[in-house]
Design a protein around this ligand. Sequence first.
Ligand code: SF4
Length: 438
Amino acid sequence: MEAKRFYIRTFGCQMNEYDSRLLTDLLISSGWTPTSRAEEAVLVVFNTCSVRHKAETRVYGHLSGVASLKRLNPEVRVAVVGCMAQRLGEGLLDRFPLIDLVLGTEEIFSLPEILESEDLRERVKLKLSGRDFGELATKLAPFSAEALASFVAITRGCDNFCSYCIVPYLRGPLRCRPHPQILKEVEALVTRGAKQITLIGQNVDSYFDGEIDFPDLLERVCSLPGLQRVRFTTSHPKDFGEKLLEKMANLPQLCEHLHLPLQSGSNQILGRMNRNYTVEEYVQKVEGARERIPGLCITTDLIVGFPGERETDFERTLEAVRKVGFDASFTFRYSPREGTAAASFDDDVPEAVKIGRLNRLIAFQRGISEKRNRELAGTVQEILVEGHSRRQQDRWKGKSRGGKTVLFSADRESLLGKLCRVRITSCTSKTLFGEGVS
Ligand code: SF4
């Protein structure tokens, strides 16, 4: 009998990518076969994101596309899972009757069971205390794990309630996985060939398991044999502290990269965002980190056009970007998310002003990124090789320890999955170019 095929499309953050990997493994272990072509599938899953309005609009577009598949084959099942499912629930069925199942952020992993039972009467499941994903992740064979680099979730949910953010409402309160579960999952991934693990959570610094905090966990993960690189994301500036810094400075597996969202360079705006730190505290922490960790790359997230942001507030953001000299930043234009505290603020920055500020910020950051990259010219960087450059097949592509994309030429035949030494010769704001060094 031909295996039933499923197709998963993932939107949004690394946590969603991680959930999709687990769901893929779970479906495979239940007898399903993955396909990268929706037309071949009898099960189409959209793992969705609600952090920004745009992410939801993209899912609507894809759902419209699936209607034709369902017309051709009425057996096709469509499941919308994750944050958008959690947020909109029944409303999704009203808008798109073609959807068979809506499973919230903690119900995702009941999908194979529901399909097996063929009981689709209860089409919407949104409980925030669904199946224990941690236990599940430990038991599953990582069939679909990308061999070289994998994510491992250490927490779920968030207690911080930044005023613009919908995550705590959609993913529930902070829950931390017992550390033995995490170690077991990392070991399984390393056995399958993972060279790099990224520990993920909405705020990794708030991890705790009895006496074990996040720096302790990092130390245990780094001690696992065979693992060459460890990364983590996301840190919160209010919690990022000395103990973590000390581990970063002393554990050789921990990469010299810190993603620390600043969000705004204005204390007035940070207060309204409920971020609980000042720009001065932020700058002091990253300067301390740069002193202790040579070659540290620092990246960030920034929002422009938050309610109440005046031109002077925005200029403070530019000033902070200049002062810190971020290697890269992920920049966003504020849009209110229903149900968050900031949604009740007067969204008083006109759209055209938001767009103008965003463009100025992107251009400003581009210049700084290019300058930071130019500083690496002549240095030798360790690169984890991920494959060939898509556009230039004669060049290898990989990531530096700082998380930068590097394209390089080398004589050796297959470097895939290898750690290589590369001398940097030139750059753009986004990419470093170099030559392999033997
Ligand atoms: S720390 Fe703030 S921005 Fe990050 S997930 Fe939690 S509430 Fe959202």
